[in-house]
Design a protein around this ligand. Structure first.
Ligand code: HEC
Length: 132
């Protein structure tokens, strides 16, 4: 085996590992990082999403520092609300859907699409549904 070839074959497992990690990050769907109940979302992660996306510039949101906006409705007690955005029955899937597509649900309303990923919407919904 010439030295160059030996070198390459030596590195192959490392390369494979790097590719696997890359694919994993790209898919964003590695089971071990998904927590115990991925379908239900993670409220703590949701609080971070809500802070980072500055939802509080428009909404008053209990438990989120600086979230005292007055553009949209207060989200206090959202978990006990029957209807969201004046049109959808309040449920986990409906709330997630609304967070992903507010302009599709109520065209022309003042809540812009926030560019959330499905994961971010799930986590944000988990946080909001705990507000009682
Ligand atoms: C530019 C202002 C603005 C931003 C930013 C914004 N919203 Fe809204 N949001 C609104 C307005 C206005 C409404 C009311 C829309 C309607 O009723 O049609 C609303 C409605 C909602 C509702 C339904 C509330 C209810 O009482 O039925 C939820 C939940 C919500 N927003 C969550 C969020 C989250 C989470 C974020 C951040 C990812 C966010 N919003 C960012 C303006 C905003």
């Amino acid at each position: 085996m010439d030295p160059a070839e030996r070198n390459l074959s030596h590195r192959r497992p490392l390369l494979a590992a790097i590719c696997a990690l890359g694919a994993c990050a790209w898919l964003g769907a590695c089971a071990p990082h998904d927590g115990d109940a991925p379908a239900l979302g993670n409220p703590e992660a949701g609080a971070l999403v809500i802070s980072r996306k500055a939802c509080g510039s428009c909404h008053t949101i209990p438990g989120i520092t600086g979230a005292d906006g007055q553009v949209g409705p207060s989200l206090a007690g959202l978990g006990e609300r029957h209807i969201i955005a004046g049109t959808l029955p309040n449920s986990r899937p409906n709330l997630e859907y609304y967070l992903l597509h507010p302009q599709e649900v109520v065209k022309g309303n003042y809540m812009p699409d926030q560019g959330l990923t499905a994961r971010q919407a799930r986590d944000a919904a988990a946080y909001l549904l705990e507000l009682r």
